[in-house]
Design a protein around this ligand. Structure first.
Ligand SMILES: Nc1nc2c(ncn2[C@@H]2O[C@H](COP(=O)(O)OP(=O)(O)OP(=O)(O)O)[C@@H](O)[C@H]2O)c(=O)[nH]1
Ligand SMILES: [Mg+2]
Length: 379
């Protein structure tokens, strides 16, 4: 299959600082690459409020659609959460835009995705376990459902003029029923997965194992940390959302006099503007984190957006009602910077006992285990 050619569009408020604007578009491009697409053009559109019909606004849309035709683009990705009607409008607009003269025969269908569409496509590429697959299907149904209905009412309005209104309605009703049936089935299956998970957790508690959960921004090195501490062989990649499911491994804590082990679990990474549909669909996986005795928040120390990302992860933890859990900040990838600003970070995040490690060289891991042990004793 050939590599999809993509136009990236981000609509931001006019007062957005350049640094933030750059971060958003760079991250969108990283997501696009993870999906397997190639960004041909990046467009940042400043708008006070999104256009209620086309999101980007008619004038900009015209420009984007022409460019898409000229550049032989397959997908237009908007880095925002669009309403179903807006996606439909942009799609329609792209469809109606002709190819440049002489190239009419190359005309193809241009897809329009919003941010969640892109994330869902990455997720379906990376899903390994049954549970992850179910979770993605649930998120997709929740996301696509309104879009199908939205499109439906759009089509109904158009069809209404030629007297097929009744037919349109029946189809939409059928679709709606079909989707809500599917949603119910998926929820049932997911509940069964959650139940199995709960039983496992209870068994662990009975044998006195404490649990430690790894969280952090996507690509921070969470799976690498799990592997470095447990030799578990979790999938590590320079991709966003490489991990979608919880993997659990045992870690032996050297300070413990009776040589007890703790259970360490890795899970899905966080990202800014994580769509609520996703948090919801992944709630049972994240439940592992909710139940943990200790949380390790892994941070990529080489990341220039480190401080922002820490905040964004904390926001999601708050959404999951995890603010009061004992927590350690693990600054990873210290091999990747000339000088680690240890003192500054230690001072700023003193409440979270900052530890500095490199999962690549192994530096700091023993110290981390020691601090984990201490914190678990207090837990
Ligand atoms: N230089 C350096 N790179 C590291 C280190 N730890 C992890 N990496 C790299 O960072 C990238 C992401 O690592 P992962 O362990 O997959 O990160 P993750 O947090 O599990 O990412 P997701 O599952 O995608 O959210 C990979 O390319 C790793 O090789 C480290 O200590 N130093
Ligand atoms: Mg991972």
């Amino acid at each position: 299959m050939s590599i999809p050619r993509v136009i990236l569009v981000d609509v931001i408020p006019p007062n957005t600082p350049l640094r933030i604007a750059k971060r958003r578009i760079t991250e969108l491009e990283a997501l696009t690459n993870t999906y397997g697409g190639m960004a041909i053009v990046r467009i940042i559109q400043k708008r006070r409020t999104p256009d209620y019909q086309t999101y980007v606004g008619k004038g900009k849309l015209e420009e984007v659609a022409l460019l898409a035709r000229e550049q032989d683009v397959d997908i237009i990705i908007l880095n925002n959460a669009l309403k179903p009607k807006q996606v439909f409008e942009v799609e329609e607009y792209a469809r109606k835009t002709p190819m440049p003269e002489g190239r009419e025969r190359e005309k193809k269908l241009i897809q329009v995705w919003d941010r969640l569409d892109l994330i869902l496509h990455i997720f379906s590429k990376h899903a390994q376990t049954v549970e992850a697959k179910l979770q993605i299907r649930l998120a997709a149904i929740r996301h696509m459902g309104p879009r199908i209905f939205g499109m439906g009412s759009e089509m109904m309005q158009q069809a209404g003029g030629i007297g097929t209104r009744g037919g349109g309605e029946t189809n939409i009703e059928m679709m709606r029923r079909h989707l809500s049936n599917q949603e119910r089935q998926l929820k049932k299956q997911l509940a069964a997965c959650a139940q199995t998970r709960r039983l496992h957790r209870e068994r662990r508690t009975r044998v006195g194992l404490q649990t430690v959960s790894i969280v952090g921004y996507t690509n921070a090195g969470k799976s690498s940390l799990l592997n470095a501490l447990t030799h578990k062989g979790a999938y590590v990649a320079n991709e966003l959302f490489a991990t979608l499911d919880t993997r659990v491994g045992k870690v032996w804590l050297p300070g413990d006099p009776v040589g007890r082990e703790a259970l360490l679990s890795d899970t899905i990474g966080f990202i800014q503007d994580l769509p609520p549909e996703l948090v919801d669909a992944f709630r049972s996986t994240l439940e592992e984190t909710v139940q943990a005795d200790l949380i390790l928040h892994v941070i990529d120390v080489t990341d220039v957006f480190r401080a922002e990302k820490i905040q964004e992860v904390e926001q999601i933890l708050t959404q999951l009602e995890l603010t009061d859990h004992p927590k350690l900040y693990v600054f990873n990838k210290i091999d990747g910077v000339k000088r680690v600003p240890r003192l500054t970070l230690q001072k700023r995040y003193a409440a979270f006992h900052p530890v500095f490690v490199s999962t690549r060289t192994g530096e700091g891991l023993e110290e981390l285990k020691r601090v984990m042990f201490e914190r678990l004793q207090e837990a």
